[in-house]
Each structure stands twice: as C-alpha cells, then as structure tokens.
Design a binder for this molecule. Structure first.
Ligand code: PLP
Length: 434
C-alpha cells in the first residue's frame, strides 16, 4: 500500500493509455458511447460497471473519488463525488431516511447543515434530534425505532469540538445504525474516521481538500462495513426499490458489490434522479489541490498554533480556542483524533464584545473577510451574523457560538505577516470600541 503522500499524487490514476497524458485530463463530455445495446443494458442493470452519463459518473471525477477513498482507507469504488459538501450531506441522509424517519446529530454543526436538519428535512418528514456530543451516550439515548443514522463532524464548525468517534460508533453499532461523519475540518491527513469506527465519511472538498478557494465539491465515502440487510432498520435497503426495477439494495446486488450497497444506491437513486453532480472541472481543480494536502496541512496546523499562542498573550482578546493548545478542553481528544496537530481553525472573542469583534474584522488587511474556510489564504468571519445566522440565540448557544465569536481559518502565508495583521486589527478594534 503506497504512503499517504504518494496517494495524494497518484491515487486512482495512471497516465492515460491512449494519449499518455500524465496530469489527469478534464473529461468534458456529457454522454459516453455504448458499444452496442447489450453493453448499454448491462450498464443500466449494474451487470457491468462503466460510464453512462456525466450526471452519474465521469472519468475525471472517478479519479477524484478513488483518490479520496484511498486516502480514507476505503475500497476505491466506495466514493461518490457531489456538487458540494452540502449536497454530500443531504444525499447521504436521504439515502437512508424516508418520510417518518429520523437521525440523531450533534448540535455542534456547520450552520448550513444545522438548518438542513432543523428546517429543510422536517418539511420532507425527516426529523433530527440534536444532542450534546460531548457525552456520546446521548446519541443512543435520543434514538428510537425510527432512527436511521447518527451524524457528527470530526471537529465541529465553529465550536471546534472534537467528537469521540470511537464511543459514538460503539453506540451506533449497539443499535445498528450507521455513523455518518463530516470530516471536512480534519481531512484524511489528520484523521481517518473509518479507522475509528465510522461507517460513512463525508467531505466538503471545497475547503482544505481543494485548498485554493476555487472549486466547490463534496465526496461521500462508504466504508463498506455497515450490514444493511441485518440492521432491521433500513427498509430502503431491504424492500423492493420500485425506482430501480424492484432491486433490494442490501440483498440482491452481486456478492462483491453488496458491501458497497450504500454508495451504489446513492449514485443510482438520489444522484441519478435528483442531479447534484459535481462538474468535471471542479473535480479537476480539487485533484490539483489534493496533490499538496500533506504539505499544506502541516503549515496550516503550525501557523494556527502560532496564531493561537499569540492571541493568548494579547490582553484585548479572550476565550481563545484551538484544540492544539494544552489548556484547551479538546486537547486530549485531539491527540487521539487529529494527530495532536490541532487543525487549522482558531476562534476567540474580543474583550470589547461584539462591536470590538466586528471592528477587528473590518480592520483586517491581509486576512480576507469571507464565508469560507480551508483556503491557503487566512480567512476571518463573525459566525453569529453570517454562517450561523439562521440559528436563534438558543440554537447558537447549543452550537457553541457566543455572540462575539470571531472565526479564523489560518492559512499558509508567512506566519509573521498573519500575526502582524492580527496585531494591527486588534489595536484598531480596541481604539474603535474604547
Ligand atoms: N461541512 C462543513 C463542516 C462545513 O464547514 C461546510 C461549509 O462550510 C460544509 C459541510 C458545506 O460545504 P459546501 O460549502 O462545499 O457545500
């Protein structure tokens, strides 16, 4: 098995046998020509795997999916690329839930995911019970016989809670539901959730995986470890699927494909019929980013630690949070789950409160004020009035977002320049709120 860095560069691709193209080409084609009608029928019946139409699969996206799977330690056919991280979360949930079903999720989530679970899915009859993930037994306590999955983020956005995945997975296995983990904030470089018992891994590739703030994408990885036919909880995998010729996904697939029933169904039912596909151009840009994932993550993490250590010394700043600080409540868990490197995110509050926090952001020069994370460039935002503004004050509190919280996604610029910008913006904020 090649090493992590080798997979980042080579996983899922060998120089094109026809053209010799060494870099992964962008396949900008919508359909693929069938050899004959038998070939076409076999592809549609899953009797043979191959390209049909770019909404379903694409050779550029295929390399990206395989590479993410290999980085996650999964079977290389276990991946599915989607238009965004949001689409990856949504399609994962509707691949196991129908009207009347529910999921149990950590209350500390990215704002868009929270809104999806709290407002959008309920309008389709799928509800979510939010729990405090710091006690993993809360997941099992909230579950009932209609629960179809547990959901959490490896490191939550923006509360930076590191979830004890092994404990949550233990409870998931006890009641036979899959544990779905959004691993956007850790990337496969810092953690492989499958190695800690997760069944399904979800990435927004828009963030550190792509790393350059120039492409949207998502990917879902099926560990192949969940036994859909045996759970007694997943009729979408044991009842006849009338949208797919009466196939029972967890029972009727050929034996070698059965472990991948989740991802095959997701490609062939929700992706095929709802259409949240990723464009080959975005898969290509993300593949370019992934080539340098290890190098970037090392610098992201060391810069974030330096920023957090500096902020601790600044008297105008309070409640500095970075999981890699020995004083941080998540420090022990991050040693186990994210290699003790802390990640790339730092959050804090200004002593001067919300107005000082806003003034800090308004006075940044090098650091960009944008709704994104995981870019090579350092980014800042005030979550309560932007990314998490759909949550009411009580929900923001449960999500770990005080009103004055400032979120920094620390980039890979020269560390002295990042700190210099923070120093001058803090000074300006102090003056503005004096
Ligand atoms: N998951 C997490 C943890 C995120 O932070 C985000 C976006 O910030 C998403 C999912 C959604 O990803 P995308 O913007 O690619 O839809």
């Amino acid at each position: 098995m090649p090493g992590f860095d080798t997979i980042c560069l080579h996983g899922g691709y060998e120089a094109d046998p026809t053209t010799g193209a060494r870099a992964v080409p962008i396949y900008r084609t919508t359909p693929y020509q069938f050899k004959d009608t038998t070939h076409a029928a076999n592809l549609f019946a899953l009797a043979e795997l191959g390209n049909i139409y770019t909404r379903l699969q694409n050779p550029t996206t295929d390399v990206m999916e395989k590479r993410v799977c290999l980085l996650e330690g999964a079977h290389e056919l276990g991946g599915l690329g989607l238009a965004s991280g949001t689409a990856a979360v949504f399609n994962s949930i509707i691949n196991v839930c129908e009207n009347g079903d529910n999921i149990v999720a950590s209350s500390k989530l990215y704002g868009g995911t929270y809104t999806m679970f709290n407002n959008i899915l309920p309008s389709m009859g799928i509800t979510c019970k939010f729990v405090d993930a710091s006690d993993p037994s809360n997941f099992a306590k909230a579950a009932d016989d209609k629960t179809r999955a547990f959901f959490c983020e490896t490191v939550s956005n923006p509360a930076l809670e590191v979830v004890d995945l092994e404990e949550v997975a233990k409870h998931a296995n006890e009641i036979k539901v899959p544990l779905m983990v959004d691993a956007t904030f850790s990337t496969p470089y810092l953690t492989n959730p499958i190695a800690h018992g997760a069944h399904i891994v979800i990435h927004s590739l828009t963030k550190w995986m792509g790393g350059h703030g120039n492409a949207l994408g998502g990917c879902v990885v099926d560990s192949g470890t969940f036994k859909w036919a045996e759970s007694g909880r997943h009729p979408l995998f044991t009842n006849k699927d009338e949208s797919y010729g009466g196939l029972r996904w967890g029972i009727d697939l050929p034996a070698p494909l059965l472990p991948l029933a989740f991802i095959l169904r997701m490609r062939t039912v929700p992706l095929r019929n709802l259409g949240s596909c990723i464009s080959p151009d975005n898969s290509w840009a993300i593949l370019n980013g992934m080539e340098t994932l290890s190098l970037r993550m090392e610098r992201h993490c060391s810069n974030a630690l330096a920023v957090a250590e500096y902020l601790l010394t600044n008297k105008a700043v309070t409640n500095v949070r970075f999981p890699g600080l020995p004083t941080d409540s998540q420090y022990e868990k991050q040693k186990k789950y994210i290699k003790g490197k802390g990640g790339s995110m730092v959050v804090f509050e200004m002593v001067g409160g919300v107005e000082a926090g806003k003034a800090f952001i308004n006075n940044l020069k090098l650091i960009s004020h944008v709704a994104n994370v995981g870019d090579c460039k350092t980014l800042a935002i005030h979550p309560a009035s932007t990314t998490h503004s759909q949550l009411n004050p009580e929900q923001q509190k449960d999500a770990g977002i005080p009103p004055g919280l400032v979120r920094l996604s620390v980039g890979i610029e020269t560390i002295e320049d990042i700190i210099e910008d923070i120093v001058q913006a803090v000074k300006a904020a102090e003056k503005a709120s004096a």
